[in-house]
Design a protein around this ligand. Structure first.
Ligand SMILES: O=c1ccn([C@@H]2O[C@H](COP(=O)(O)O)[C@@H](O)[C@H]2O)c(=O)[nH]1
Length: 230
């Protein structure tokens, strides 16, 4: 799979829709996160399906296994392409998420967030008191996710190669923190360009502000796709 999902980080559907239409980006794969989903609810998924957009619903569930199972049963009905949990919720939570999702019979793929791309090794050690290197922890969480039924993980480009080695080629690596050579890093710490993502074997790119805040979003989108597909 070789896809770029645009992070639709807008406060309302009206703003997201206006952006997509203004820049002729209808029908592209999109990621809906907490900001938009908590405002608009499931309606947003219907609207994007009407536009024929592949959808990654990025809600990052993290709760006790039963609660996640029940929430996933509801999410399963939406028929999105991807949904995710935090791998740090543990194996049982991931397995119950998969169970809840499977009840929908819609072939939604389950991803597990390893360590957020806004986290670096220094803060992981100092603030979270986690031992080992960041890459070791990410690969460990990827293996845990795989063992418990996840179809792939959200990680940074920099761990994609090691995850593929540990979990196999078909285990998906979905990578946010994508930036062009010149764009601002914002709050992201583990960043990479689409060209590096390709080199490292990442399957799916997630790009938000580099495109949505660009002077010419359509041109930036096309440039990133080109760099990714070359
Ligand atoms: O580890 C993670 C998990 C999710 N995200 C999400 O991806 C986008 C990235 O947006 P940019 O503007 O390209 O930084 C955003 O919606 C995050 O919630 C992530 O960045 N890192």
């Amino acid at each position: 799979m070789n896809k770029l999902f645009l992070a639709l980080d807008f406060p309302t559907w009206a703003e997201a829709e206006q952006f997509l239409r203004k820049h002729e980006l209808e029908k592209i794969p999109v990621k809906v996160g907490m900001e938009l989903y908590y405002r608009e609810g499931p309606m947003i998924i219907e609207k994007l399906k009407e536009m024929d957009c592949p959808i990654f619903l990025d809600l990052k569930l993290y709760d006790i296994p039963t609660t996640v199972y029940r929430a996933m049963k509801n999410i399963a009905r939406l028929g999105v392409d991807f949904v995710n949990v935090h791998a740090l919720g543990g194996g049982e939570m991931i397995a119950r998420a998969k169970e809840g999702l499977s009840s929908g019979g819609m072939d939604t793929k389950l991803l597990a967030v390893t360590l957020l791309t806004s986290m670096d090794e220094e803060r992981m050690t100092r603030e979270l008191n986690m031992k080992g290197s960041l890459a070791e922890n990410v690969v460990h969480l990827a293996c845990l996710a795989q063992k418990n039924g996840a179809d792939g993980v959200v990680c940074s480009v920099h761990e994609a190669e090691q995850i593929k080695k540990a979990c196999g080629e078909s285990f998906l690596t979905v990578t946010p923190g994508i930036r062009s050579e010149k764009s601002a890093t914002h709050d992201q710490k583990r960043i990479a360009t689409p060209a590096i993502a390709k080199e490292k074997g990442a399957d799916i790119l997630v790009v938000g502000r580099t495109i949505t805040e660009a002077e010419n979003p359509k041109q930036m989108y096309e440039t990133m796709i080109k760099e990714w597909e070359l």
